[in-house]
Design a protein around this ligand. Sequence first.
Ligand code: FAD
Ligand code: N01
Length: 538
Amino acid sequence: MSATPSHTDYDVLVVGAGFSGLYLLHRLRSEGHRVRVVERAPEVGGTWYWNRYPGARCDVESVDYSYSWDEDLQQEWDWTEKYPAQHDILAYLTHVADRFDLRKDIDFETTLTGAEWDESTSVWTATASDGRRYRARFLLMAVGCLSVPKDIDLPGFDAFTGRVLRTYDWPEGEDLAGHRVGVVGTGSTGAQVIPALAKTVADLTVVQRTPNFVIPTRNRPLNDGELDEIKADYPDRRVRNRTHPAGVFRDDNPKTTFEVDDAEREATFQERWDGGGINFLGSFADLMFDQAANDAVAEFVHAKIDETVDDPTTADALKPMSYPLGAKRPVVATDYYETYNRDNVRLVDVKTTPLDTFTPTGFRLADGTEYQVDTMVLATGFDAFTGAFTTVDIRGTGGRRLSDIWNQDGAKTHLGLGAAGFPNMIIVAGVGSPSVLANMITAIEQHVEWISRLLDTMRSEGYTTIEAQEDAQEAWVQTVEEVAGMTLWPNGDSGSWYRGANIDGKVQIFMPYAAGVVEYGAAIDKSAANGYEGFILS
Ligand code: FAD
Ligand code: N01
């Protein structure tokens, strides 16, 4: 069945065809639900369809950043590198779409613009950008946490007449060889695109406001033997991933930072630094809980910056000083600090000397210094968690708009799955769930499986609606905040998108659930086991 420009009935409308939407479609369809997916892009892939900038890569190992729900799929797919590049992940997801015949139930180039809950029929009517309407019992929002780029908020940017590229929707194959390029943003995206561009462009000017802690990736090819061993161990490996809070097994050191002597502490940091990747965060158990421990790891990274970067002024500017390591999403990248030793690269620290305005040919700082560029690359981040909701006109019971509520009170959900006043709208891997603080594929699978069980229960027990209870939602929001408060995540002036601090005027509320997928899984399973405690079923 394909959607037509008239009303169409489905059990489930899924919005988004990334990792979340594809698994939802496959799983729910195979369980007998009539499912339709709408996707803004012309292809599957979500994050990995859109973010094609040079250097784009995942920092979870490829063999773990993949679906676990089909043994043949995981045995037959051959990852080639330890950390997969964007094009490899996209190839994997297009393969999944082909293999499980998913495309026939997806309307591509179709943006959900509105959705209205009809209380009398308990059905959502959703509207797409081309006017198509979909009627469905459930609205499953698989729209991604990082799928709406932040609006441009650079002073005088309209004056710039050169080319502007956003990392989020980078044109396929564009490499800017020979251009004079400026990059704004030194987060995870900036730290990947900067070293990649530096190799080809004539001249690269990096605009940095807040420096990040950047850990080396140490990517490498996977050899056949190694992959075979992993494949043979896959069942156990997946269990280890699901039973680690980060959704991926990490060989965390159980020791705390100051129970060891200086030599062991240094050697531990060094060993993890040499090993590369996010494992560095597992150096000691208290890094995210004890400020002094965090200061020790920060000092280690500062020393690495001094060791690597030739120019002392640049090295100092690259050192994060005002927030704990981890309070902003730790950055993993290749040759990031080394890049600043290249003759064609310069760092412009706009925290020290603010950016006054863009000009037709570049930009000017408050002290009058001017920089000339042909192309500006914006790696300025996302309206994370909420952007893909508040840009859609979603109306729940009594016609109340989700965007009004979230813009005024902050994004609130019960268990990250439902919002009070919005029956049968279920959110996948978004606000109030571990999502971005975990290997997201583990988090996504956890959600899809919970939703599958919910729909099965509702069907077999004759329920048509589920809605989060207001008081349960308030309690969960408080739990999420309290859990974050036990860590160093909210500390310092990180301006982190974890709490919406990167967007002017956004209500700040810590959005991901910081206790990880194990405690979270227990909480959502407990709710289900207790008749979906915290939700009203009718
Ligand atoms: P997405 O992949 O974001 O897919 C959502 C889809 O919904 C998109 O295709 C979008 O077009 C569509 N959509 C949104 N709104 C609408 C609408 N109104 N109408 C129609 N379609 C809509 N996570 C990790 O765990 N490890 C990593 O290393 C990692 N690296 C990342 C690197 C980058 C550059 C980015 C941006 C994110 C990264 N993430 C990483 C997070 C990543 O988003 C998730 O891992 C995962 O891909 C999310 O899948 P998803 O399907 O939930 O969302
Ligand atoms: O976005 P960000 P991102 N003037 O918000 C700067 C995932 N990801 O796309 O910090 C000047 O982190 C901003 O400066 P400041 C990962 O979860 C993963 O880089 O606000 N600068 C910052 O430097 C990640 O966390 C991978 O002071 C401005 C940058 O832009 C998430 O996606 C790779 C500015 C934005 O950094 C988002 O990362 C890529 C302004 N007006 C992405 N506005 C992996 O490898 C913004 N900035 C896993």
